[in-house]
Design a protein around this ligand. Structure first.
Ligand SMILES: *Cc1c(COP(=O)(O)O)cnc(C)c1O
Length: 355
């Protein structure tokens, strides 16, 4: 059986393992070393580590390209933005991840890039902004507005004008969306979220099909020192082993909770794109009540971040940097793998307590 015939769940379980030799371990070891004996692939801990490679080979096989691990999703994005020629245009969603937007605005203020913010679900607007741009940065679904981009249409048009397309695939994961197959040049991940899956790791990655781009990004990683820890890569490789099972369960929970939220007269609106594990909703009682609600739930944890086995929620506008086009009372709920009736009982009592 050829590996490229394997389904994603089999790849998640079987990729990135050491060769099967008598006495060998089933899992890649965690190598804690800042220096290596000369004559091998790398001599220094900033240049490479066997634990990085195990993670990179699983994620690369899942996305259909070659992966590079970074210290965080943000430093993976940094490495990519570093490849944009000075002064060139970058197109990005107005509702991108907060940290990504902060960095793009900073680069724009320093005249390193020309930033063009667009509604990423408006394909015509994106294509017209992308025409003479160096890079289109896509998030789909966006965080936290959950808008969906037409990646295929954008990538087709962008390739005509030589514009590179990168997709932040943190929410969808390669199990629900494979951007490289849809024509994108780069996939970027915050592996801190669903890939690692247990809220115990900060890690990032980029995947690409281009050998030239891979080498340029590897050089950025070395030169900027944005390297991952061996432990983080090992934990995330272990997390990916169960990604498909966690995702199926959390998605089923999210679908059901979205249905029940929308049926409640105390809920103004619930958004769910139909896949992945994030719901964005507003309650009829308004933003102050929503803030109190998130702080008073008993099962769902009041916390930022997302994609863990445990459910978390927060009102996004509590962050000063959140775009003002995000509704003041919007609550982002990251659905975990608990029992759905227990989750609903907690959500219902929390909404009723503030309504
Ligand atoms: C969390 C997140 C990031 C940033 O990743 P870090 O690992 O926290 O640096 C980027 N994009 C999205 C969609 C995220 O949710």
């Amino acid at each position: 059986m050829h590996r490229h015939d394997l389904s994603a769940s089999t790849i998640a379980v079987s990729a990135g393992r050491p060769p099967r030799v008598p006495g060998g371990p089933l899992n890649a070891p965690i190598t804690f070393a800042s220096a290596f004996i000369p004559g091998g692939e790398s001599e220094y801990g900033r240049h490479g580590n066997p634990a990085w490679e195990a993670f990179e080979s699983v994620l690369g096989e899942l996305e259909g390209g070659r992966a590079l691990a970074f210290s965080s999703g943000t430093s993976a994005a940094t490495a990519l933005f570093e490849l944009v020629p000075t002064g060139a245009a970058v197109v990005a969603p107005i509702h991108s991840y907060n940290g990504t937007l902060t960095q793009l605005h900073e680069r724009s203020r320093k005249k390193q890039i020309e930033l063009r913010l667009v509604d990423i679900s408006n394909t015509a607007e994106v294509i017209s902004a992308a025409e003479d741009a160096a890079l289109v940065w896509i998030e789909s679904p966006t965080n936290p507005a959950l808008e969906i981009a037409d990646i295929e249409a954008i990538a087709t048009e962008a390739s005509r004008s030589g514009t590179a397309v990168a997709v932040d695939n943190t929410f969808a994961t390669p199990l629900r969306q494979k951007p490289l197959d849809m024509g994108a040049d780069f996939v970027v991940h915050s592996a801190s979220k669903l890939l690692a899956g247990h809220s115990d790791v900060v890690l990032g990655a980029i995947v690409t099909n281009s050998g030239r781009a891979w080498r340029a990004l590897e050089s950025r990683r070395r030169t900027l020192g944005a390297i991952p820890g061996a432990m983080e890569c090992w934990l995330t490789t272990r997390g990916i082993r169960t990604l498909h099972v966690r995702l199926d369960r959390a998605e089923a929970n999210a679908r059901e909770l979205h249905k029940r939220l929308n049926a409640s007269p105390l809920v103004a609106e619930s958004r769910y794109p139909g896949f992945s594990t994030i719901i964005a909703f507003e309650i009829a009682a308004g933003p102050d009540a929503a803030q109190t609600m998130t702080e008073q739930s008993s099962l769902i944890t009041y916390a930022t971040s997302l994609g863990g086995v445990e459910s978390t929620w927060e009102r996004r506008r509590r962050w000063a940097g959140e775009p003002t086009t995000i509704p003041e009372g919007l609550v982002r709920l990251s659905v975990g793998i608990e029992d759905v009736d227990d989750l609903w009982a907690d959500i219902r009592q929390a909404i009723e307590a503030v309504s």
